[in-house]
Design a protein around this ligand. Sequence first.
Ligand SMILES: [Zn+2]
Length: 434
Amino acid sequence: MFTRLSGNLLRLSCCISFKTSKFLCSPQLSASQFCSFHFSSSHSFFTSLLVPHLSFQHPLPSRSCFPVLGSDRDNHYLSGFTHPVGHMDLHKVLKVLEQLAPLSLAESWDNVGLLVEPTNPRPIKTILLTNDLTAAVMDEAVAMNCDLIVSYHPPLFRPFKRLLQKDWKQRLAVRAIEGGIAIFSPHTSWDSVEGGVNDWLVGGMGSGQVSVLSQAHSCGPQKHRLEFSSMNEEELNSLLEQLRHIEGSETFQCSTVRNESGGQQVNLTCNSSALTAAVQILLSNPHASKSLNITQVQQPPLLGCGQGRLSVLDEPVSVSTAVQKMKTHLGLPHLRLALGDQQTLDSMVKTVAVCAGSGASVIQGVKADLYITGEMSHHEVLDAVSNGTSVILSDHSNSERGFLTVFRDRLAAQLGDTVNIVISQRDRDPLQVI
Ligand SMILES: [Zn+2]
């Protein structure tokens, strides 16, 4: 991930759906009526894909029909007679990519999704997966006649005013456009999603009770709860009739209950866009205005999703063993280690906080025996060490790149043999220990 910008709120969308009841505004409102409020959650994106798993014959017969994933009907087929075997429409591939990790999970500051779209997207035959899109990786993409580059880090992040050859990122954009190569970046949506980069990273330490450090929440419209009382049912029905005329009132949710004094206690939930109008109406009523209490409704959490992970290991290991495990997991000959105060290589590690990339802003202050991330500043490491927490640093992209293999397999399971999915051989962290 990129260094998180302080103060950024998670604005995450979700796979939690709300089925809101209609605003109750009937003049026949009874003393105690409730709008029902339901939500269903599906927090395992990888296990709840809408796309059916496809099976293929191996090898694909050259004159056979084969299923097309993402088509409107699961059983829609393209004929091998009229279309070359082994390609897929760009937008069908994008649909699968977004089902594997919804872009709504990305941080609000991020720049995810389709970044370059050719005028006439060619059929996707080859997808190149890379952590970073460098000039070397673009050379590789061009050489293999790649149709779509999935670059974990967004190669286009800050706005351009020109596309000139003197800037390396602008050159990459031009090369992609000229070559008709589409570029897609998932970045923090992969970090956040359950089973994504951070779950893969913490998995290097073995099994454990894993929790999310910075919980993702549904982003839906911001809601407010207005609690107030009315003197009697007649007054309540009058207020509700006024509220019914507010734009968007069909999304209101309302429940009432008779209070001890014979009046009505009301609990009304509305979107931010309707809040001012609703408050104006309630303030015009003496009884409601005196009792009015407004609170912001917390969006429901997206279980298993968010930035960073904390694992309470099923089997605690020594610091020395932890280093070896992570070397193996990341495929690296070297890691950097800072021992926490009073710790030795034989000290035991039971709790591990991880955040792929530059994760200090997420893991800093978390109580754990060990932090694992790609990079932290000198002073951030000193802070951790002074709290008795040891730190393993792998360099930024080394803490992310290994997930490409996991993702390739997941994508291949969805796309089948229709598309060739390749992991870049030229992509590597720019830093090396020599
Ligand atoms: Zn990163």
